[in-house]
Structures are given as structure tokens and as C-alpha cells.
Design a protein around this ligand. Structure first.
Ligand code: AMP
Length: 398
């Protein structure tokens, strides 16, 4: 079965075509500047040269048509016709409290995604555009929606409710939803496999990238996570502030003379390690600058590390212990020093990192010492594979 996985943004569209017989990626690509001047598609067949199509893409329908052209190209394509694509899996950011699992796209499902737009105003409309474009271009191919929030729907009320007037929850559904769900789900399931398939494991998953979140997982189910109503809550990130004193908003807005839209933009785009360092949101740039003696770059890394460590401790307390800590995403997979600095502080709960085993990048491994009470794992995430697997499962049952 060939499954096309699509992650549609407002002006971009990423795709991967999976051959599910062996779960390999046949081709992947990215459309950029959809609806703007200078739009282009970069298509890369696995093991082949990338091809760039500089063609106008006024909308997502045009983008999908161009993706199909690339996938069926006689030279750089990987299928003969679109009939060889059996299903499409879409990443959808926000499922609100309506979706606790992936679903086949139907008219009521689309209506529910639409109703959730106020909770994901930037992403859900774009995700819907991707779905609608595929429906238009390949009306007979089943489509599946996979939600970033779904995995976290098992959280208990005590973890997902904010201490606000209750009617905000009742009337507006203001609550913690959590994101990066497919990633936390993939790495926690893989960790359970790597640890021998034991039942009842308490796992803390750390997705540390440009966006970062942690999840507390008991017996495969999420019991808490750090992102909230939106992906702005929790850890300081590349450009996002993470959790701050809410009173800072009014205080700064009055002095900087900015309105709430501008302030929210500052919290999303100009804060985090970029805001602290004033240099970059990219941890590699910060590491380099810190090594050259830049104090604020070093401080940004230190603040990030401190917050991850503190949150791991709080999730261990929430679950009454932890059997494993898992690192993933750009920083979590590729930065041994960051992992060591975090785990070195967790000796009190029985976590010990093995410096030699930890000296890896982008590979699956158990990097704790053999006598470490808490196992520490590095697992490269694969959200696209989660989407492809869910899509296959749903479509196979039709
Ligand atoms: P992601 O959002 O998962 O793609 O992660 C992006 C982040 O991972 C960026 O801040 C990168 O600087 C960081 N990253 C990637 N490779 C490395 C590395 N070798 N060392 C430190 N950070 C890295």
C-alpha cells in the first residue's frame, strides 16, 4: 500500500510517500510560497537527485497538482499514476476534545476540524486546505486526519484544567490539549519495545527541537504534557516564551505600547532562546556563540536546560517515579552535551548517563549506565510514519 503523508501549512506543504510493504519512504518534498510570487516545489526521490519545480502555485490545489506531477514524473517520479496512491494521511494540529484518535475524513470530521479553528487559528485552516485540495484532485482516494493533540486526550482533569473560572472551560473549552502527540506516542511506544515490552512503565518523553514539549506517560497513556491550549505554553523554545507570569503581558504592553496581538506575536516569535540570546533561535548557533564566550547565548542554553530538568523532576513527582526518560527531535537527538547536563542533575532519582553510549547523534540507543535505575533513551522521532501507519490501519478496515 502506498500512502501519501501531507503536512499542509498556510504557505507551505510537506509530503512523504510511503511504501507500507516495508515502511520505506519512496520520495519526499516541500512546496514553498504557496499563494505568493516565486513559489517552488523541491522533490526528492529516495536515493535520487532533488528536482526543483519553479511553477506558480496560487493555492493548495495547484500545490497538490504539482506534487502529483513530481511523483509521476517519468525520470524523478516514483509512481506511474496517482491511482497507485491508496490513501492520504494528513497532519492536523488541533483536534480539540473531539478527537482522541486518528479518523477517516468525512464531512462531519471536516466540520469538526473547522469548529476547532479558534483553538488552532494558524494551522487548522491550512490543514483543511490540504484536505480539501486532495479531495478535489483525487476524489476517490480515502483520506485520514491525524491530530497532534489526540495522544494527550487521556490526561485526567487534574492535569488538563487550568485554575480559571470554570465557565471558560465549559463555554470556550479552555483547557490543556498538548501537542507533538504523534511524536510522544511514537517514542514512548518505541521505548516500551526497547525496554522489553514491560507493562506499567512510567516514561517521561522529551521532544526538544525548535518547538519543545515534555509528556508524562504511564502504561503507554499520556497523563500530563507541557504544552497547553496552544503550543506556546511550557518550556522556553526557539522563539516561544513558554510559561511566564501572565501579569507580564499587561506590564510590558503598557510600557512598549503594543496591543495584545503584537504581544502574542512577541511571545511566539521573538522570545525563547532567541529573545534571551538576541542571536538566534537555533541551538547550533547558540552553542557556537557560547563557545566563543557569548554570555547571553550560554545563558539561553542554560535556561532551556534548567527548565527541561525541572519539568522532568516535576513529572517524576506527578507519577511517583520514572522508569525511563526519552530524548527526541533536533536537540534531543543530536546534542549529547545537553542530554548529559540534564541527566547529571537527575542522579537523585537514580538516572545515570553513560558518557560513551551518550556520544551519539540521530540514532536509537539506551544511553544510561547498566546500573542506572532510570533508563535514558535516544529515539529519533518519526511523526510521518505514525501518520502513515494510522492511515493504513484505518483504510485497511474500510
Ligand atoms: P527540530 O525542530 O526538531 O527540527 O529541531 C531543530 C533544532 O535542533 C535547532 O535548534 C537545531 O539547532 C537543533 N539541532 C540540530 N542538530 C543539532 C546538533 N547537532 N546539536 C545541537 N542542536 C542541534
Amino acid at each position: 500500500m502506498n500512502i501519501l503523508v501531507i503536512n499542509a501549512g498556510s504557505s507551505s506543504l510537506k509530503y512523504q510517500l510511503f511504501n507500507m510493504d516495508d515502511e520505506t519512504v519512496a520520495a519526499k518534498g516541500l512546496c514553498e510560497r504557496i499563494g505568493m510570487e516565486g513559489s517552488q516545489l523541491k522533490h526528492t526521490p529516495t536515493g535520487g537527485e532533488s528536482v526543483v519545480y519553479s511553477e506558480p502555485m496560487p493555492d493548495h490545489v495547484a500545490a497538490i497538482k504539482l506534487v502529483f506531477k513530481a511523483l509521476t514524473d517519468p525520470v524523478s517520479g516514483v509512481v506511474k499514476s496517482m491511482d497507485e496512491i491508496n490513501a492520504v494521511g494528513h497532519r492536523v494540529l488541533h483536534g480539540g476534545d473531539k478527537f482522541s484518535a486518528s479518523v477517516l475524513v468525512t464531512a462531519p470530521v471536516k466540520a469538526a476540524i473547522e469548529e476547532t479553528i479558534p483553538l488552532g487559528p494558524l494551522h487548522n485552516p491550512a490543514n483543511l486546505m490540504g484536505i480539501n485540495a486532495c479531495e478535489q484532485v483525487m476524489p476517490n482516494t480515502p483520506q485520514v486526519a491525524v491530530f497532534d493533540t489526540a495522544f494527550h486526550q487521556t490526561m485526567p482533569e487534574k492535569a488538563f484544567l487550568y485554575a480559571l473560572p470554570y465557565k471558560y472551560y465549559e463555554e470556550y473549552k479552555v483547557r490543556r490539549y498538548g501537542f507533538h502527540g504523534s511524536s510522544h506516542r511514537y517514542i514512548s511506544a518505541r521505548a516500551i519495545e526497547m525496554l522489553g515490552g514491560k507493562k506499567g512503565l512510567k516514561i517521561i518523553t522529551c521532544h526538544l527541537g525548535n518547538g519543545s514539549s515534555l509528556a508524562a506517560i504511564e502504561d503507554g497513556k499520556c497523563v500530563d504534557t507541557s504544552m497547553g491550549l496552544t503550543p506556546l505554553e511550557g518550556l522556553p523554545m526557539g522563539t516561544r516564551s513558554g510559561s511566564i507570569d501572565p501579569a507580564i503581558l499587561e506590564f510590558v504592553m503598557a510600557r512598549e505600547k503594543v496591543d495584545v496581538t503584537e504581544m502574542t506575536n512577541i511571545l511566539n516569535k521573538k522570545s525563547g532562546v532567541l529573545g534571551i540570546s538576541g542571536i538566534s533561535s537555533d541551538f547550533r548557533d547558540l552553542g557556537k556563540a557560547a563557545a566563543e564566550g557569548n554570555h547571553r547565548a550560554a545563558l539561553a542554553i542554560e535556561i532551556f536546560t534548567y527548565n527541561v530538568t525541572k519539568l522532568i523532576g516535576s513529572y517524576a513527582a506527578a507519577m511517583g517515579g520514572a522508569d525511563a526518560i526519552v530524548f527526541t527531535a533536533g536537540v534531543g537527538e543530536n546534542d549529547p552535551e545537553m542530554r548529559k547536563n540534564i541527566v547529571d542533575k537527575l542522579g537523585f532519582m537514580g538516572a545515570k548517563i553513560d558518557a560513551e553510549k551518550n556520544n551519539i547523534r540521530g540514532k536509537e540507543a539506551i544511553v544510561s549506565t547498566d546500573d542506572s535505575k532510570v533508563k535514558v533513551l535516544v529515539i529519533p522521532t518519526n511523526e510521518e510514519l505514525v501518520i502513515a501507519r494510522d492511515t493504513q490501519e484505518i483504510v485497511s478496515a474500510l
